[in-house]
Design a protein around this ligand. Structure first.
Ligand code: C5P
Length: 275
């Protein structure tokens, strides 16, 4: 029996940083959403544990030991349920260190797959998810949600299901820790209340200035997306450098995808929809 779990890209439709906490993390108010596409995890019982990585962005990822996928497997075994030896495959379609939760989504998909394999309810993996990274619980949930605390205290919201989406990354890796460290410390207020689109439109990504300081090309990505016809919202996700644009219809999204491809063939793009 092979279990397949998708690891869709995470998008912070808004990300408000409130203050730095005593533990070094930052208190956030964020609106999480997910694409319908991303990485993929397969898990199959095997003679002994294995981990293989394929896909466009497989190079440069740690194999055993220091990978969030194998860490998720080991912590699941230690804290949730025993698991027989498994062969895990990661298909890495999302760029690394790009603000769309690639590693977190992979860890979350691994936990979901092992929960299915072991017949335990997915909610039982949440403490392990939080121990693996601040974004991992949101990725386990995989639905539009409001995150507070480190981003790991979640309230599910009605989604913006099927809204056409374009993700663009200039293929500059950005360190999340470095971007948080560059935040200016000014609390500009929490998320608005209301439906997710209204909250997103009224929101900000407070990490944009710090991310631009590390990767100035983010300005060019945002400007390129903002000038596309039919764009409803353009913003950076997470700590960058991936930026997203939401569109009213697929035709507008596809035209923007073609225009960005023609202007900057060196940038990574993913046309998808919100989950
Ligand atoms: O939890 P995770 O390992 O994904 O976070 C990576 C880094 O991002 C942390 O070490 C921390 O520097 C920063 N971070 C933060 N506040 C958050 C989430 C992440 O400062 N709420």
């Amino acid at each position: 029996m092979t279990i397949v779990e998708e690891a869709p890209a995470k998008i912070n439709l808004a990300l408000h940083v409130r203050h730095r906490r005593a533990d070094g993390y930052h208190a956030l108010e964020t609106l999480f959403a997910f694409a319908q596409d991303g990485d993929r995890i397969t898990v199959a019982p095997a003679g002994r544990d294995g981990f293989a990585i394929g896909g466009r962005f497989s190079a440069g990822l740690a194999r055993e030991g220091d990978n969030l996928v194998t860490r998720a497997r080991d912590r699941f075994r230690a804290a949730v349920a025993p698991v027989p030896p498994v062969a895990i495959t990661l298909t890495k379609a999302l760029p690394i260190a790009s603000g769309i939760g690639g590693g977190s989504a992979d860890a979350a998909a691994t936990l979901r797959a092992l929960a299915r394999l072991s017949g335990v309810p997915v909610k039982r993996v949440m403490p392990v998810a939080a121990s693996l990274g601040a974004d991992v619980p949101a990725c386990v949930l995989g639905r539009t949600s409001r995150g507070t605390g480190r981003g790991d205290e979640l309230e599910e919201l009605d989604g913006l299901t099927d809204l056409p989406l374009l993700l663009v990354n200039p293929l500059v890796a950005v360190s999340t820790a470095a971007v948080f460290a560059g935040w200016d410390g000014v609390d500009r207020g929490g998320l608005a209340l209301g439906n997710p689109m209204a909250v997103a439109l009224a929101g900000r990504n407070d990490l944009e200035p710090a991310a631009r300081a590390v990767a100035p090309v983010i300005d060019t990505v945002l400007a390129t997306l903002a000038e596309q016809p039919g764009v409803r919202l353009t913003r950076m996700s997470g700590s960058g450098a991936t930026c997203f644009a939401l569109f009213d219809d697929v035709a507008g999204r596809d035209a923007a995808d073609r225009a960005v491809a023609a202007a900057r063939p060196d940038w990574w793009r993913m046309a998808s929809r919100l989950a």
